[in-house]
Unconditional design. Sequence first.
Length: 82
Amino acid sequence: MGRGELAGYCTLNHDGCVTCSDAGIPVWVISLKGHDALCEDAAGNQAEIAVELVEPVEAGEVLLTHGGVAIGRVAAREEDPR
């Protein structure tokens, strides 16, 4: 799954309400530290995401996130977009 193939226009710096579930953001897992993962969205924005709800998680996976929390697994990354 290439960078341009991620669904939607939302990014980690998208101005949206984190309370009302207005956006699910697909992100690549870069690295893991405990129950958090450093992730990157299609625009190159990086943030730490809580992954307890979808563990186990590995670097290279694509997760669906909302409000700084992983809520689902999308796919494994087939290529490194960087």
